[in-house]
Write a protein that binds this ligand. Structure first.
Ligand SMILES: [Zn+2]
Ligand SMILES: [Zn+2]
Ligand SMILES: [Zn+2]
Length: 157
């Protein structure tokens, strides 16, 4: 019984960070250590590497996210300031839909039968629209489809 207890004790180690006694599998192996394991447990080691500003992987992770968000933000801001009436036109169109003055057409892409949204090829001309389903609308904005090839409609309002 005592022998079993001792042998179990020898498979444990006290973490010098959190002072908890844990089984060796709770510690990372490290050849430089006398018993072959780090003196801090895996949980503490992970916590430390996450908080370590010199950890390259962490830096990348930390920088990337806000950077992307910032770019997206700038892009949206730029887009808005370039076309201050995007939002106005969108609500104008939505209003027409709501009032029943404007009926949703089908997507103008050949073979596509999708219910369309009104896309403005030119934000300065609110009556000029191209009917595009959600998917094709996105493709046009992403530049995958050249909108110059698409048939347009001028609203009679
Ligand atoms: Zn620990
Ligand atoms: Zn659009
Ligand atoms: Zn479509």
């Amino acid at each position: 019984m005592i022998a079993l207890f001792l042998s179990n004790m020898s498979k444990t180690k006290v973490c010098f960070k959190c002072n908890k006694r844990k089984y060796l599998k709770g510690f990372y192996k490290h050849s430089a250590m006398r018993d072959g394991y780090l003196n801090k447990c895996k949980i503490c080691a992970r916590k430390e590497s996450r908080n370590n500003p010199n950890n390259k992987a962490n830096n990348r992770r930390r920088e990337q996210k806000p950077e992307r968000k910032r770019k997206q933000y700038l892009y949206n801001k730029q887009r808005r300031s370039k076309h201050p009436n995007i939002r106005k036109m969108r609500s104008w169109i939505n209003n027409l839909f709501r009032l029943g003055k404007l009926k949703r057409e089908l997507c103008v892409i050949r073979g596509c039968k999708g219910i369309a949204q009104a896309h403005h090829p030119d934000y300065r001309k609110k009556r000029l629209i191209i009917w595009l389903c959600f998917q094709h609308h996105r493709d046009v904005h992403k530049g995958k489809i050249d909108q110059r090839d698409l048939s347009r409609e001028v609203l009679p309002f």
